[in-house]
Every structure is written in C-alpha cells, then in structure tokens.
Design a protein around this ligand. Structure first.
Ligand SMILES: NC(=O)c1ccc[n+]([C@@H]2O[C@H](COP(=O)([O-])OP(=O)(O)OC[C@H]3O[C@@H](n4cnc5c(N)ncnc54)[C@H](O)[C@@H]3O)[C@@H](O)[C@H]2O)c1
Length: 334
C-alpha cells in the first residue's frame, strides 16, 4: 500500500482524491493527507469542465494548509501535485530533493528549462517522477494507440485532434486566464493532444501554429504537425462560452477511418460495415495514478515517461515561436 499525500485540492485535486479511493479498495494506495493553502476547499463543492463534485464531505484523509506539517505528520512515499502550473517546478524539485516520489499534473511546467530541472532532481535523488498526461490512460486513446502500434488498418495517413472548452474561469484566483501562470490554452489544454500525437506517431520534424487571443493570451491554437508519413491538425480552444467540453479525434488509416467524439469511437473500414468500438469506459485519472504505484514498485515506465512529457513542453514552445512569427513552419529539434 503506497502512502500518498496530495498538494492542491482544487478541480483536479478532487478528481485525483476520488481515484485514490478506488485504489484504496484495491489495497494499492492510501491517501493520508491533503494540503491546500485555502482551507475552504475542504468544505465547498466544485464544478469544472471534466467533472463536478456532489459534495460528499466525509473526508477520509487529514487536511492541512502547510506542506511541511503534512509531510512530517503523514510520512508519505509519494506526493501528488495538483497545483496551478506555475508552481509545478518549484514544488516538484522541493519534494524530490526531500526524497519523495512525485506525480505532477500536466503540463509538466511552464518552460522546457523548468522540466529539465525536474528531471535532474528526480535523477539526482533516485526518485520516480511522472506527469499527468492522462490521455495515455483513457480507453478511447488506448484503443487508438493499439490500432497504430498493431497496424490493424495499415498506416495512419492523416489525423485530426480537437479539444474545446468554455474559458476555465472557475479556478483559484482565476490563474488559468493569466497566461504568465498557465501558459494559456496552448500550454494547458492543447498540450493534451500535442502530447498524444507524439505518443502515437513520434516526434514531428516540422510544425506550425496560429493562435488567437481573446479572454486572455493564447486562448485558441491551430497547429499543424508534419511527420514523415502523415500530417496532423490539432486544435485547442477554450474561448467557447457556455459550450460543453468536447474532445474528439479523426484518424484516417490506409484501410479505415476512426472517429471519436466524447469517448465514443466509431470505425469505418474501407470494406464492410462501420461499427462502434467495444470500449470499456474507465476512470483514466485513477488508472494513471495506479500505473504510477506500479512504477514506484519497480515496474518500468513505458507508457508515460516524464522525459517525454518534457519534450511535449518543448514542442509547445516551438509552436508558440511559430505563432509569434505568424504561423511560420519551424523544425522541431529534439
Ligand atoms: N489532466 C487533466 O485533465 C487536468 C484537468 C484539470 C487541471 N489539470 C492541471 O492540474 C493543475 C491544477 O489545476 P486545477 O484546475 O485543479 O486548479 P485549481 O485552481 O482548481 O486548484 C488549484 C488549488 O491549488 C491551491 N493552491 C494554490 N497555491 C497553493 C500552494 N502554494 N500550496 C497549496 N495549495 C495551493 C488552490 O487553493 C487551489 O485549491 C494545473 O496544472 C492544470 O493544468 C489537469
């Protein structure tokens, strides 16, 4: 049973806490303590674009407003960082240097340089570090990954990924809408699909991006990733007021087209009837932390490595450079 503490109990912190409840039933992990600078979060209900919290406040963990006090009292094996992005590097390095394994929400950090500091701290202390690139653990993306790896319908020829959301104005001190703290939609929301493209197809050799500012900076990003064998178009947009959250993908393979909207995957083979893929829905957030428990236990991390999450931050930087030059095509140098 891995002993866990969680830092930051806002939107995604609540989602992770629910995941640890499932893992506790499996005897895999126990969430002992949660720390947030704002004590009100332990009593209020929350609603974000991916979940809402019906407000069962029978908390099964101890609550803290001071990180060091929590660490001293709970003596965890690992800490799960669910803080605003601008705090990821500082807290991850601090915790790794203190000898804890660290799970940290995506995006890994605000800059590639910061991600390198996090990787170096993990290596220097011999501790595991994993980033919450949660799509690697969602059934509809696992299904797509299997199709690519197994070549079920031949090679992928073209791909389209999209993630749409209303502006995330629900968070602590409205930090998402300050691009100095969040990196804007291009860094926060868009990175899910940019990282997924790298996970599926490897590193693109050439990229370009056009962005639009609105409520804040970098609210909308239209990117093109060019690989040896295919082009991918990726859109991230959180300027859609009052619209529902909607993730989707469309991938054309040599022998089929695969389309996913909100977790439902439809397959249209070149020959034969189209069908809805038989996918068992699961809690991808619980699955990612469960995987991290295995990694802490000695399993090799082949599915979601921190050095890969770091390169996704580097790719976002390249896309931002492209956008700053009016959408110029730039090489992606790894
Ligand atoms: N994987 C996903 O699908 C997903 C979804 C949502 C958010 N995220 C990521 O998770 C992170 C957190 O996002 P969120 O939506 O939960 O934000 P949030 O604002 O809802 O929650 C952040 C919490 O951190 C607390 N906090 C701020 N500074 C602190 C400090 N120094 N010490 C302790 N607590 C502090 C705040 O009080 C707040 O409760 C971000 O990096 C975001 O990009 C990932």
């Amino acid at each position: 049973m891995v002993k866990v503490c969680l830092l930051g109990y806002g939107g995604i912190g609540h989602v992770h806490a629910n995941g640890y409840s499932l893992l506790e039933k499996e005897g895999k992990a126990k969430l002992l303590g949660v720390c947030d600078i704002n004590p009100d979060v332990f009593t209020k209900e929350i609603a974000i674009n991916i979940s809402d919290d019906s407000g069962d406040k029978q908390l099964s963990f101890n609550t803290y407003t001071d990180l060091d006090e929590m660490l001293a009292k709970e003596q965890p094996d690992m800490v799960d960082i669910c803080l605003p992005t601008f705090l990821h590097k500082e807290k991850a390095v601090y915790l790794l240097n203190k000898g804890y394994h660290v799970f940290c929400e995506k995006p890994m950090a605000l800059t590639y340089a910061e991600t390198q500091e996090m990787l170096a701290a993990a290596k220097a202390n011999g501790k595991e570090l994993m980033i919450g690139q949660c799509l690697h653990f969602f059934s509809e993306y696992e299904y797509l990954k299997d199709l690519v790896v197994n070549g079920t319908y031949g090679k992928a020829i073209s791909a389209f990924f999209q993630r749409l959301s209303p502006p995330p104005v629900w968070a602590w001190e409205n930090w998402y809408m300050n691009s100095n703290l969040s990196g804007g939609c291009i860094q926060d929301l868009h990175i899910h699909d940019i990282d997924m493209c790298r996970y599926l197809f490897g590193n693109p050799h050439t990229v370009s991006c056009k962005t639009k500012d609105g409520f804040g900076k970098w609210d909308c990003a239209h990117s093109t990733l060019i690989f040896d064998d295919l082009h991918a178009t990726v859109i991230g947009d959180w300027s859609l007021q009052n619209a529902p959250f909607e993730p989707s993908y469309r991938v054309a393979f040599e022998k089929a087209t695969v389309i996913c909207v909100n977790g439902v995957v439809k397959v249209y083979p070149a020959e034969g009837e189209g069908f809805t893929a038989d996918i068992q829905p699961k809690d991808g957030y619980a699955a990612e932390v469960s995987y991290f428990m295995d990694v802490i236990g000695g399993a090799e991390n082949t599915k979601n490595r921190a050095d890969s999450a770091s390169l996704s931050v580097k790719l976002i930087e390249t896309l931002r450079n492209s956008a700053n030059q009016g959408g110029k095509q730039l090489p992606f140098e790894v």
